[in-house]
Design a protein around this ligand. Structure first.
Ligand code: ADP
Ligand code: MG
Length: 322
């Protein structure tokens, strides 16, 4: 039987070549980070709970990837560069197959982003995974939610709605071919954190956040924090590859209020359009202009003829969504 400390050593401690970013990693009471001179630390925590954020029998490799990806996505949304993370893990049992898969998915993505696991906590209990991530960025360059300005363009990275479509298929609300479902499910299980784009948007974008609960709700946070309003052209929203083949009503619903997209929504002044496109090209990420920040409070949804669309949609909320 695996003890708590064997488990940590076997699955989570890695042999790194000396890394000047850290004085101490896993194994003591605290890890020690050597912050780069003149940089600010960006810190974020995300918790994933079995049965709430993922199916209890979820593939452990994909789950390891997703837990870190959603945290990296928060760094991306600030324009921060990944540095390190801690992992608090509550497990019903020390199952070697599950642990091997989970740590493989987690540490592969960590390596891809040069983001090092420097500590954590392990306990027996219901499956619950909590990561705190640390990134860094130069002072005054963070892409904050309160920085949108009237007249800014609103942009979206990548595409929206395929993760929600995959969920609808699991719930048998829509029917997809096996191939379509696989493609959509990949967006749900393996989101791509837009780290390179976030860094490239420093000094170019004004406000940004990552879309986890659905575009209208998340964009609403930017509007509220920046004390502005906005109009968006609903039919210009970039629908995911699979969602694109669905009827307009589903396309609208899932792009506007899908959730689990982990794309960046950001605002930038008109004079930065070229710079935004250059940032997208440099980071190999598509971007789409979807609307405008306005002085009038509230979010207006417009169709292709600039006519208001009346839709009753809401973003996901853990305490008010049934
Ligand atoms: P403490 O007694 O301070 O809670 P632990 O005995 O729980 O410390 O952990 C021993 C070491 O292992 C610490 O450095 C801790 O950060 C690390 N650790 C514990 N669990 C994990 C985990 N799931 N992933 C990475 N490191 C871990
Ligand atoms: Mg502990």
């Amino acid at each position: 039987m695996l003890s708590e400390f064997d488990l940590i050593k076997q699955y989570f401690v890695q042999n790194y070549a000396s890394d000047p970013r850290f004085a101490l990693g896993i194994g003591d009471d605290c890890a020690l980070i050597n912050p780069s001179k003149g940089m600010q630390l960006a810190i974020s925590t995300d918790m994933l709970v079995s049965g709430r954020h993922f199916f209890p029998d979820a593939d452990p490799v994909g789950l390891g990837h997703k837990c870190l990806a959603v945290n990296l996505s928060d760094l991306a949304a600030m324009g921060a560069k990944p540095l390190a993370f801690t992992l608090a893990l509550s497990l019903p049992e020390a199952n070697p197959t599950w642990l091997a898969g989970f740590s493989q998915g987690l540490l592969a993505l960590a390596q891809e982003h040069n983001c090092r696991l420097i500590g954590g906590d392990t306990t027996k209990g219901p499956l619950n995974i909590c990561i705190t991530i640390f990134g860094e960025l130069p002072p005054e360059t963070a892409l904050r939610r309160d920085a949108a300005q009237v007249g800014d363009d609103i942009w979206i990275s990548g595409s929206l709605g395929d993760a929600r479509l995959a969920l609808a298929c699991y719930w048998q609300e829509v029917t997809l071919s096996a191939e379509q479902h696989e493609l959509a499910a990949k967006r749900m299980h393996q989101p791509t954190p837009r780290i390179k784009l976030g860094i490239a948007l420093r000094g170019v974008a004004h406000a940004a956040l990552d879309i986890s609960d659905g575009l209208i709700g998340d964009l609403g946070h930017i509007l509220e924090c920046s004390k502005v309003g906005a109009s968006i052209l609903v039919d210009s929203l970039p629908a995911g590859l699979v969602l694109r083949q669905q009827v307009q009503e589903k396309r609208r619903e899932y792009t506007l209020a899908g959730g689990d997209d982990y794309e960046l929504c950001f605002t930038a002044p008109l004079c930065q359009r070229e710079a935004v496109l250059a940032a997208a090209l440099a980071s190999d990420t598509s971007v789409t202009r979807i609307g405008t920040i306005e002085a009038e409070a509230g979010l207006r949804l417009l169709d292709i003829n600039n006519k208001p669309i009346n839709m009753q949609l809401r973003s996901f909320d853990h305490f008010t969504t049934p």
